[in-house]
Design a protein around this ligand. Structure first.
Ligand code: GDP
Length: 478
């Protein structure tokens, strides 16, 4: 495994020249496009005061800009919450109800602006940040870009409808991202509401709620009447306390873009969720392939502010272009540095477009192996009928021994959809279709992102392929 000097500098948001200089001082002559090995890369990363972070299990060399914070510099930060669930179960209604329940801003006479995220204060004084775009597509595509911007998932399940396919999908997405869930049992104002069915249904998907001896909190509520909303907010605050979320407000900021647009009056505007540090007016930054200097910051009340602390969403003005959702913003020292990194990224993106490569099953296995003591191949499985899904999951999970294991990240009935592809991409895994095809949108995304789709109609072929990949891997190891 290796990384080029240019890419390493880019990921740390440092100047290539500075990295080259450091390497030279250590007797390594390497130019921008030359690769250095993982150990050397780690040295560089540490020298520049960053931390090596494995963005995904499969990608050892991904480095993101995270200066190591000392324990004494850290203070608690609000949790970032995403609402997921089946269509029509009340995600949007719940987001609106929570926003309205936020008396503090209403009293201040603030007019809420939809900037992609908002903050509320609970009765007990905890501050919570909500992402305003419900649904798992946004969540997962951001994660695929390396921006994990969710600490807690609220899974909305309508009490009159119980667990549905997208509920299951949401569970898979949350689990793949390793984010704890709170179940909001919505629509309890309805006559047909059956909250108990929701709890028992969830058991099938290994979501064990507190009432059944597990550790997943549930809250019964109605987004329509407002009943239970306060309880939900306190449940989130409690979960956040358990997570001990912390950040260092006294350092250069980095954050993730959750929305970006070209505004007629204001130019490019990006809503950034600050993940660490404090973003201030006048800061110079690079974000994706664009850069700029913070001309103004606007909060979720539409007010101008001079700074944004960790977990605070703000609109950032002063960009030279429009970044994409999921792009990471880093504050840097100089304009030259910002420009250089942005240019480099633009170049890399261009190169990538010309030589889009796809990872094969075998490559994925090899990568998975390099990363762990036990090789684990995760897959997403879609099949035509529930019986096939169950059979496939069973046989796949039986393949393997102490050294190799196959894990089904998500399984479901029906065509392969865009959502399956984004989940597979975020986790760096292939999608298996059994007697089903990918729909057109899914095919396009898969091609763009280099996600492998394998089709089967005979279960033994599928088993053979996976077994062969697994044993090939074991041989390679010897
Ligand atoms: P989403 O697709 O998950 O965002 O669902 P919406 O928020 O759009 O809600 C779908 C429908 O359910 C709408 O007609 C809402 O008015 C209705 N709804 C949402 N929450 C409740 C609730 O607590 N009680 C009742 N009775 N209806 C609700």
């Amino acid at each position: 495994e290796a990384i080029t000097v240019g890419e390493l500098a880019n990921r740390m948001a440092e100047r290539v020249a500075d990295v080259v200089k450091f390497l030279m001082r250590n007797g390594i002559m390497a130019t921008t496009n030359q690769s250095i090995d993982a150990d050397t890369a780690q040295l560089v990363v540490e020298e520049f005061g960053h931390r090596v972070v494995r963005v995904s299990d499969a990608d050892v060399e991904q480095v993101i800009d995270t200066v190591v914070d000392k324990a004494e510099d850290l203070s608690p930060r609000p949790p970032i919450v995403t609402i997921m669930g089946h269509v029509d179960h009340g995600k949007t209604s719940l987001l609106d109800a929570i926003r309205k329940a936020n008396v503090v801003s209403a009293e201040a006479g603030g007019i809420t602006q939809h900037i992609g995220a908002y903050q509320v204060t609970t009765d007990s004084g905890a501050v919570l940040t909500f992402l305003d775009t419900p649904g798992h597509a946004a969540f997962t595509s951001m994660r695929a870009r390396g921006a994990q911007v969710t600490d807690i998932v609220v899974l909305v399940v309508a009490a009159d409808d119980a667990v549905k396919p997208q509920t299951v999908e949401a569970i898979s997405h949350a689990r793949a991202a390793n984010v704890p869930m709170i179940v909001a049992i919505n629509k309890i104002d309805k006559y047909e509401a059956n909250p108990q069915k929701v709890r028992t249904d969830l058991l099938q998907y290994e979501v064990v709620v507190e009432e059944m001896g597990g550790d997943v909190q549930t809250v019964e509520l109605s987004a329509k009447t407002g009943q239970g909303i306060d309880t939900l907010l306190e449940a989130i605050a409690l979960q956040a306390e358990i997570l001990e979320l912390q950040a260092n407000p006294n350092r250069a900021a980095h954050g993730a873009v959750i929305e970006a647009k070209l505004d007629v009056g204001r130019g490019p505007v990006a809503t950034v969720l600050v993940q660490n540090g404090t973003l201030r007016q006048g800061d110079i930054f690079v974000v994706g392939q664009t850069w700029g200097k913070v001309r103004a910051l606007v909060n979720d009340q539409g007010e101008r502010v001079t700074e944004a602390a960790p977990s605070v969403p703000v609109e950032v003005l002063g960009l030279n272009g429009t970044p994409s959702a999921g792009d990471v913003l880093n504050v840097v020292e100089t304009e030259q540095q910002a420009r250089e990194i942005a240019d480099y990224r633009a170049q890399v993106a261009k190169d990538k477009r010309t030589a889009a490569g796809t990872a094969t099953l075998e490559q994925l296995m090899a990568r998975a192996k390099a990363d762990k003591d036990i090789a684990e191949l995760s897959v997403v499985v879609k099949a035509d009928v529930q019986g096939s899904v169950e059979a496939i999951v069973q046989v796949l999970e039986k393949i393997g021994n102490e050294e190799v294991r196959v894990r089904v990240l998500h399984s479901g009935v029906g065509a392969i959809t865009e959502s399956d592809i984004t989940l597979a991409e975020a986790s760096g895994v292939p999608v298996i279709g059994f007697n089903v095809r990918a729909n057109a949108a899914a095919r396009n995304v898969a091609q763009q992102k280099g996600v492998e789709i394998r089709y089967y109609s005979i279960i033994y072929d599928l088993v053979d392929d996976i077994t062969a990949a697994a044993s090939g891997l074991l041989k390679a190891e010897v």
